[in-house]
Design a protein around this ligand. Structure first.
Ligand SMILES: Nc1ncnc2c1ncn2[C@@H]1O[C@H](COP(=O)(O)OP(=O)(O)OP(=O)(O)O)[C@@H](O)[C@H]1O
Length: 237
């Protein structure tokens, strides 16, 4: 495995149910994503995008196969670590369609909540959160409540929260779905900047063709396997 590998998946299989209720979602998927890469994951509804993302994120257990995150083999026909939360905490940042910020905490408190739960001191967590808010150009909103922010601003805060633990991987499930065109582009540009400057690998599920030109590759789920496309101007979802 190359040093640049952020995610490596080999012969991954995911079925739900069994016997007459068996649903085969992913069959023998193998692929590798490099550090610093932004990959758009697109496929029709029900094809398994969220399922794939949640397996890579160590949230959903595969049926079989292998998953490597950086140099750590996290799954080989079973989870390799007793505590998959540790892997999530150390390696992965999640961003969802809805920002899921906690409404009765301000922006800064939302970002520092998890690091503090993970025993980072309040001062260190705040310092890091302010750096991230500066980086995402939203530091002036640090003491505002989520309800006082626009959709795009809230999504930037959600990105800052996902970055608070210095993840090597960001998994985003339709992060721009609730945003208009200009705000979508600003969010994906921000993700690309993070990927390039911090060497983070990003997989983003999307139905939003406006963001494709900012991605490096398109990953599709096709016939329950994975295929890659280079980005082309006339890529149509
Ligand atoms: N817990 C479950 N039990 C049984 N089947 C499931 C379960 N979770 C997902 N599925 C099935 O797996 C398939 C893939 O679902 P998934 O949510 O990953 O699709 P998706 O590509 O993310 O869809 P969408 O774009 O609509 O969000 C679907 O057929 C779904 O019905």
């Amino acid at each position: 495995m190359s040093e640049q590998s952020a995610i490596k998946v080999k012969n991954l299989v995911k079925n739900f149910g069994k016997d007459e209720n068996l649903v085969k979602v992913i069959e023998n998927a193998s692929f590798e994503i490099q550090k610093g890469e932004v990959v758009a994951l697109i496929a029709p509804s029900g094809a398994g995008k969220t399922t794939l993302l949640m397996m890579i994120g160590c949230v959903l257990e595969p049926t079989s196969g292998e998953i490597w995150l950086g140099e750590e083999m996290v799954y080989k026909d079973k989870w390799m670590a007793k505590d998959t939360r540790r892997i999530r905490r150390e390696k992965i940042g999640f961003i969802f369609q809805a920002h899921y910020l906690i409404p009765f905490l301000n922006v800064l408190e939302n970002i520092t909540l998890l690091p503090q739960a993970n025993k980072v001191s309040e001062a260190d967590a705040k310092k890091k959160a302010m750096e991230l808010l500066e980086y995402l150009e939203i530091a002036d909103k640090a003491y505002n409540m989520s309800s006082q922010l626009s959709g795009g601003q809230n999504q930037r805060v959600a990105i800052a929260r996902a970055l608070a633990n210095n993840p090597q991987i960001i998994l985003a499930d339709e992060p721009t779905a609730a945003l208009d065109g200009e705000r979508s582009v600003s969010v994906i540009k921000m993700l690309k900047k993070i990927a390039r400057e911090q060497n983070v690998a990003i997989i983003t599920v999307t139905h939003d063709e406006r963001i494709l030109p900012y991605c490096d590759r398109i990953m599709k789920i096709q016939d329950r396997g994975i295929v890659f496309h280079e980005i082309e101007e006339d890529d149509i979802l």
